[in-house]
Each structure stands twice: as C-alpha cells, then as structure tokens.
Design a protein around this ligand. Structure first.
Ligand SMILES: Nc1ncnc2c1ncn2[C@@H]1O[C@H](COP(=O)(O)OP(=O)(O)O)[C@@H](O)[C@H]1O
Ligand SMILES: Nc1ccn([C@@H]2O[C@H](COP(=O)(O)O)[C@@H](O)[C@H]2O)c(=O)n1
Length: 252
C-alpha cells in the first residue's frame, strides 16, 4: 500500500494550524473485538508513530477499558463467574475517565490506569501519558457518555460482523484474558450481546466515519490518516515556528 508522508520523522511535527485543536481527540467506538485497537494501531503506524518512544510520541492510544471501576467483593465474585456486566455504562469509573480526558485536552501529563482482565482489577501503578498532538480513545462506550462524546474532534465507529467479533473474542479471551469457552459464551449471550444492542450500537449514529470490516479496511484507514495529516499539516508561517522552538515542552 502506498502511504503518503509519515508524520513526525522527516516531515514537520504534528502541531498543526492555529484553528486545529491540539490535542486532536479521536473517539473510536464499536462492539467487542470489532478491531478498535487494531484500527488505532494502524492509524498510529501510518502516522509514523508506532516505533517512537512513549515520551516523544505525538500520537497515542488510550483504551476505555483502563477506566473500568473497582468492584466490591460481591461484584468481583460475579465477575469470576462471568456474571458481572462489564458492557453496561455503570461498569466504568466515568468521573476518572472524564477528568483524565479533560486533563489530556488541557495538555497535561496524566496517569492512565492499567487494567487486568484476568483478575478484573486495576493494577497498582498506571502508565504516564505525556501531552500529544493526536489522542485516540477506543472503547465500546466512548460515544455513550455525552460529556465524553462531545470532547471528540473526530468520531469513528468500527462496524464488524457479529459472528466475526464473537469468534475473535473467543480466541482472544482464551489466549489473553484467562477465560474458558463455557464462561465466554455464557457472558456473551447473557450480557455482552444484549448490552451491545442497548448501549453501543445506538451510538453508531454519532460517528463521523463508519469503518466496515475494521482493520481489514485499508481504504478507510488510508482516507482517515490522510485527513488527519491534512488537518495537522503546518502552514508556512507555523513551519517557521516549529523549526525554531518546540510547542510542546516535552523532551526528545
Ligand atoms: N482484521 C483482522 N483479522 C484477524 N484478526 C483480527 C483482525 N482485527 C482484529 N483481529 C483480532 O481480533 C481480536 C480483537 O481485535 P481488537 O483490535 O483488539 O478489537 P477491539 O479493540 O475492538 O476489542 C484480537 O485478537 C485481534 O488480533
Ligand atoms: N474484567 C473484564 C472487563 C471487560 N471485559 C469485556 O471486555 C470487553 C471490552 O473490551 P474490547 O477490547 O472487547 O472492546 C467488554 O465487552 C467486556 O465484556 C471482560 O470480559 N472482563
């Protein structure tokens, strides 16, 4: 695939035109295992950022799953049995999620919690996220909460066939999330699928771009990347500033 210029290497930094908000916040929604993370990874890769060390990264990806709330002992027991509804909006620490996104929008350095799907718990230490030019937040319900939804400058919905999603989820959850087939199918049919239909699917209407087939859709991803690059391309006046000073106050 022929890609246009890569941002952040030989090309000018992604600091953008005066009328383009910085950071440029992109929400990426879609059902479980639809390919949200894979689409974000491809966007980041095509913007030339995949191999950049985290402190210097101009594009970064956050998962909404980092903001799952801590469970009480009774809820935790239910989670172990595959009976806790992680697909309901109440499963998230919305205050922390919103506050963190506000801080990111204000160009502050933040700590993103690290979530462990095996234990259903937040780990003790999170990950430091430095100010970036483009921030992608991916998750099943990133368009559900109006305050969060309204923060995005671009909204993408990854639309992948439900059978494909279920088969990918089964393989992933066995391999990466310490689950067995019986519990995966029980959780999917009793909680995940109904919640998708009630809370996630209705948010598709908020998307600016719907991406059928997820990361396989190279045409859609190329167009999105080109659009981001176009938005972020410095004009001649800005280019002079970029060459003489950093707008970000971040080590390189
Ligand atoms: N186009 C694809 N072809 C094959 N497997 C894929 C594809 N896209 C994603 N996957 C796999 O499906 C699983 C879920 O993908 P992921 O991008 O993490 O989805 P999401 O972030 O929506 O849960 C992962 O194991 C991933 O490797
Ligand atoms: N402890 C947890 C937390 C979340 N889940 C499931 O993860 C899904 C969201 O992640 P995706 O990468 O698939 O978007 C969601 O459908 C939850 O059911 C879980 O099983 N256990």
């Amino acid at each position: 695939m022929a890609h246009s210029h890569q941002v952040g290497r030989e090309s000018p930094r992604l600091n953008g035109l005066e009328n383009v908000p910085r950071p440029f916040l992109i929400g990426v929604a879609g059902g479980t295992a639809s390919g949200k993370t894979s689409v974000c990874a491809k966007i980041m890769e095509q913007l030339g950022q995949a191999a950049v060390e985290s402190r210097s990264r101009q594009v970064c990806i956050i998962s909404q799953d980092a903001f799952y709330r801590n469970l009480n002992p009774e809820e935790h027991q239910r989670a172990i049995r595959g009976n806790f509804n992680f697909d309901h909006p109440d499963a998230f620490d919305t205050n922390l999620m919103y506050k963190t996104m506000q801080d990111i929008a204000a160009n502050k350095t933040v700590e993103i919690p690290t979530y462990d799907y095996v234990t259903h718990k937040r780990e003790d230490t999170g990950q430091v996220l430095y100010p970036a030019d483009v921030v992608l937040l991916e998750g099943i319900l990133v368009f559900y909460f109006p305050e969060l939804r309204d923060m995005f400058h671009m909204k993408l919905f990854v639309d992948t066939d439900p059978d494909t999603r279920l088969s990918r989820r089964v393989l992933r959850d066995i391999k990466e999330r310490g689950r067995d087939l019986e519990k995966i199918l029980h959780q999917y049919t009793s909680l995940v699928k109904p919640a998708f239909e009630e809370f996630c699917l209705p948010t598709k209407k908020y998307a600016d771009v719907i991406i059928p087939r997820g990361a396989d859709n190279t045409v859609a991803i190329d167009l999105i990347v080109q659009h981001i690059q176009e938005l972020m391309r410095p004009n001649r006046q800005n280019r002079r500033r970029y060459n003489s000073e950093s707008l970000v106050g971040r080590p390189h």
